[in-house]
Design a protein around this ligand. Sequence first.
Ligand code: ADP
Length: 453
Amino acid sequence: MPMRNLIIPLLLSAMVVLVVLVALDTPGSAIAAALVTFAGFVTVIVASRDSFERQLQLLARKTRVRAEGTAPLPSAPEDDTLDEVANLEGAIDSLHARLTAQNSQLTQEARTLTAVLDGMIEGIWITDAAGTVVRHNDALREMLQPGSTGIIGQRPLALIRNEELNDAVMRACRDGASSRLELTLEGLFPRTLAIRVTPLGKDLPGSAAVFHDVTELRRLEKVRKDFVANVSHELRTPITAIRGYAETLQSGALKDQEMAPKMVEIIHRQSERLSELVEDLLELSRLESRELKLKIAPVPLAVAASRAAETVKPKAAGKDIHLELQVPPELAALGDERAVEQVLLNLLDNAVKYTPAGGRVNLFGTLEDGRCVVRVKDTGVGIEPKHLSRIFERFYRVDKGRSRDMGGTGLGLSIVKHLVGAMDGEVKVESQPNVGSVFVIFLPVAAPEAASG
Ligand code: ADP
């Protein structure tokens, strides 16, 4: 009950008593009665104050319990609760409900933010106004120090020893300036990172840095640039020769009975080289863009090997190289007939190309551990170990001059690797300089009934 509700009736009743007694002309009794009423009034006031204090204490307790959220929510106000206290309790309740809702919304948003940050491929760190890292995502940890947890609380320089990045973070924190930079982290697995540093915002001190791993992108750019440079170079050589000899013929050499046929022969050879190069480039491009659709079916390897050998036989005979094939007739791989022939042709062609006159080239086919294995072995110049891992790259040659003299394009083994890979197989090489090389291809075996058919 509100205090006002008590005071007004009490004062009124004291006055009524006083007026009645005055009316009855009994002033002594009037004063006594008024005093009695006033005493009653004081007693009620004191009692009300005690009750008010008790209820306030109870409310304080309930509010504390709500704030701590450690116990179930306190019950509704009791019947004798003063209106003011009940109102106050109601206001606290609704404030509490609003804060709880806002709190759970904030928690939800924080969780969503963490999930988004940790799901990103880019690394992110956030710093406070002094440039100290106060938050980061999983990707950043992977980029900087896999497995480590000590990123928070560190300064940029302690994490990445790079002045430029440190300056960028400081500029963002101090002057609100954004910047972009690219740097390479040395180490076991060097990485190139493109970094964007921005201030957090006008009312939010600190900075954010986003780290984008561009290692693979930069590598591919280099591969592409090297490839374009290589292609241009490879094309220029025969084109220069063709143009040079054609111009010489035009300016009179055509009448030279002795020189003219030789020049025409060179022009012919160089144009063949040009067309081989273009063919190989187109084949590689079709393979890399997966435009080339392979028809996977059982391929009898003896047939494929003898067809490939037919093509290189004249070259082998010209160098007096003994060429021998040993493939069981029933051995069949699961692959594309044209692709298998192309692979064997490239390997046999190289074997003959890089084997000096009078040497040997053998092709063996076997079934090993459920896979078809073909070995192309030669007694040629061999390859030094340091080159072995690179000879399957486009245009990589151990000896550029020798390869060109032999009419090589530098693309043969790259095509072999792509074709074998497209047939779910693999290619390996073993070699010893001045002794010879063995190129081994592994292909899936065709089902026995298919192979025999
Ligand atoms: P190329 O057209 O130059 O022969 P390839 O891609 O076929 O190009 O081969 C790449 C390089 O690998 C060759 O230039 C050569 O140095 C080396 N190579 C390939 N096969 C053999 C082999 N049988 N013996 C020695 N070296 C080889």
